[in-house]
Design a protein around this ligand. Structure first.
Ligand code: G3D
Ligand code: MG
Length: 313
């Protein structure tokens, strides 16, 4: 039984609320679904307006469509934004016609909350007509944030391909998380995969002692299945990233041109670190592959990330 002093109540005290706002269609719901995987629950409050509330661990995400509000909505959204611990603004970077409205709403949001760290996501960069950073920065003014020394981050990302999404998100959670039980530095790599983007397996590595390796065979089978699925889904995109739950672990995959690399890490390991490792590895693998495609993942991990490799007792 869980009493008043149980751990769950403790974590509620550390509860943080993140307001995710942007015009309708910017990609807010898609981003949430990419980030929170299966472990969240969605409530739609009965206000009869478009607010989604998601809970994930000690975080609560309030997602809100801006633009064209009625007076009642205006009050509600002001309430949510002003009480939020973190503010995420999502822009559809291909919807240039509405950049000015988006800029106005962004400034409104900032005026309601002068404390929370701000993550500005210029989304949908997978689209051909997505605006460049400069185009967006012409319309969206961060000058005031800089002057106020406010914590903010501007990132371009794609919720569809996952590109650059996980790292920017990590910036936000680190800035919110005085409470986090989540480790911030190293990951524990259990092993990984290199595939060709046509789906051909090049290498699968299970790290650790032989006895524990045997226990992880199922996990790696599942990983290989998920990786093949990802390759099919992202066939038409040159770059993509994803983060999946695999049994009690996380599988992180990136695709860069012809190479797809995945690693399996611990359940609560920092995903941003894993993504950065994969990006560095993909460059190294690319160089090795200019000669011929050969197995190299185990060596690269051992040489470059000795502290991130699982050490079985
Ligand atoms: P919202 O919650 O901000 O209103 P949604 O927006 O998450 O519902 O996304 C609106 C549409 O944009 C969806 O398409 C969604 O798939 C698409 N979308 C979201 N993010 C991206 C992205 O990064 N790239 C591309 N190309 N599309 C994206 P549908 O067709 O389902 O309406
Ligand atoms: Mg939505």
């Amino acid at each position: 039984m869980k009493g008043r002093d149980s751990k769950e109540d403790d974590s509620n005290e550390n509860k943080k609320t993140v307001a995710i706002v942007g015009l309708d269609g910017a990609g807010k719901t898609t981003i949430i679904n990419r980030l929170l995987r299966s472990e969240f629950n969605l409530t739609r409050p009965t206000f009869g307006i478009n607010i989604e509330i998601y809970k994930y661990r000690s975080l609560e995400f309030v997602v809100y469509d801006l633009g064209g509000q009625m007076p009642l909505r205006e009050t509600l959204w002001e309430k949510f934004v002003s009480s939020a611990d973190g503010l995420v603004f999502v822009l559809d970077s291909a919807d240039k016609k509405r950049f000015n409205i988006a800029a106005e709403e962004f400034n409104n949001a900032l005026s309601y909350n002068q404390e929370a760290p701000v993550l500005f996501l210029s989304n949908k960069i997978d689209l051909e007509d997505a605006a460049s950073s400069d185009d967006v920065l012409d319309v969206i003014d961060f000058g005031e944030l800089i002057r106020l020394q406010r914590k903010y981050n501007f990132s371009r990302c794609s919720a569809l391909t996952g590109e650059d999404l996980f790292e920017s998100w990590d910036w936000l959670t680190h800035n919110l998380a005085a409470d986090q039980d989540l480790p911030l530095t190293n990951v524990k790599i259990l092993g990984g995969f290199i595939f060709d983007s046509d789906g051909t397996e090049i290498e699968t590595v299970i790290l650790g002692k032989p006895k524990t390796q045997a226990k992880r065979v199922e996990l790696f089978k599942r990983g290989k299945y998920e990786l093949s699925r990802f390759i099919r889904q992202m066939e038409q995109y040159p770059k993509a990233e994803t983060l999946l739950q695999a049994h009690k672990n996380q599988l992180i995959i990136i695709k860069k041109e012809n190479i797809v690399i995945g690693i399996i890490v611990g359940e609560n390991d920092p995903a941003a670190r894993a993504v950065q490792i994969l990006k560095t590895l993909s460059d190294k693998v690319e160089r090795i592959f200019t000669d011929s495609k050969k197995e190299c993942l185990k060596q690269l991990l051992e040489d470059n990330y000795p502290l991130d490799i699982i050490k079985d007792k």
